[in-house]
Design a protein around this ligand. Structure first.
Ligand SMILES: [Ca+2]
Ligand SMILES: [Ca+2]
Length: 346
């Protein structure tokens, strides 16, 4: 598959520069002429690429106004095109096939989740994190999920979290499009089932976010704080990353970072709220090395559920790459934890 780190113009310019150095040793005049010609050619290439006239690198640079992938994925078959066309409103289609899961060996040699090919059946998944207004609607239809104010950190299973305006009143317009947070795993699961959906598995979530090539972020391998809401310089805690600036102190409205789009068209897979998935998570389990490599569902049982993607309170030292997995008790209600839902294609 395409290695994103190999696909940048900086690398090409470095290579050209090295060639020039070799030529200069043989003949300074010829070297200067070739350097000038080279600069003109490179300038033309850069201009042509930036102006959209041609794109020999295969990078889709125009990500600002749409949700198209940043690198090429295999073209859909006719049958897959039909499945994609039938995606429920607000959901994106992820076709069946292999993807690279886990942590690359050059990052960690003894990772509990080493880089591994996993094959998944096709599925649909929400394009956005579930918003507060949608979750409020759920609590009105299912009042048993709106019981009031549980303890700050851990609530009884079945309890909805406290989010201020959830005590019987509708979320104000300032909050409506913010992702729901302080939602337990149980509440997230119940919401998805109410929608005729389900929570995504860890692997489904990971493939949606990373595409097939094992990248560390939806857009590539390098952190870019203009594309995701993490704990940046605006973040209200001391343990923030001051070199990042995403413009948001707390939550951002769902879908605020179109340039952070994943290869399959989902938004906010990196940051904003970290997201519950269906799987139990056992951080030291051999499951991730020797378990099923087709449609894995996670270890049989653990005390923890996996949480993916990091959120607005996640700083650099916690790890914001998509191969990182956090884990919490399923009745936990955390400030920066929300979810999105998935659905079988068939
Ligand atoms: Ca932020
Ligand atoms: Ca997220």
């Amino acid at each position: 598959m395409i290695n994103v780190s190999d696909l940048n113009t900086d690398n090409n310019q470095v290579n050209v520069g090295n060639q020039n150095m070799g030529i200069n040793k043989r003949s300074p005049k010829i070297g200067i002429i070739i350097v000038v010609v080279g600069v003109i050619i490179i300038g033309g290439v850069v201009w042509g690429y930036s102006s959209g006239m041609f794109n020999f690198l295969g990078i889709n640079k125009n990500t600002s106004n749409n949700n198209t992938p940043t690198t090429s994925l295999p073209p859909l078959t006719e049958a897959q095109k039909q499945e994609a066309a039938q995606a429920p409103e607000g959901m994106v289609y992820v076709p069946e096939g292999e993807y690279l899961s886990g942590i690359p060996a050059n990052i960690s040699k003894d990772a509990p989740r080493p880089l591994r090919k996993i094959k998944l059946t096709s599925f649909y998944i929400d394009r956005l994190e579930v918003t507060t207004v949608k979750f409020y609607e759920f609590t009105q239809v299912k009042p048993e999920w709106n019981k009031g104010k549980p303890p700050y950190n851990f609530a009884e299973p079945g309890y909805l979290s406290y989010f201020g305006f959830f005590n019987g009143s509708s979320p104000g317009s300032d909050y409506a499009q913010l992702p729901a947070q302080q939602v337990s795993w149980h509440a997230a699961k119940a919401y998805c089932e109410w929608q005729g959906k389900r929570l995504p598995t860890l692997s489904e979530w990971e493939k949606t976010a990373r595409g097939t090539d094992g990248r560390a972020f939806p857009w590539g391998n390098n952190m870019d704080s203009s594309r995701a809401n993490f704990c940046d310089k605006n973040c209200p805690v001391s343990d923030r990353t001051r070199s990042w600036n995403d413009g948001y102190e707390n939550l951002a409205p769902a879908g605020s970072f179109p340039e952070g789009v994943s290869p399959y068209g989902a938004l906010d897979m990196s940051g904003n709220v970290q997201e519950w998935v269906a799987d139990w998570f056992a951080p030291k389990s051999e499951y991730y090395k020797t378990g099923p490599d087709i449609d894995p569902q996670g270890p049989e049982k653990s005390s923890f559920k996996a949480v993916m993607g990091g959120g607005y309170l996640t700083a650099d030292n916690w790890g914001v790459e998509l191969y990182q997995v956090a884990w919490f008790m399923p009745n936990g209600v955390m400030n920066d934890t929300g979810f999105r839902c998935a659905k079988d294609v068939k």
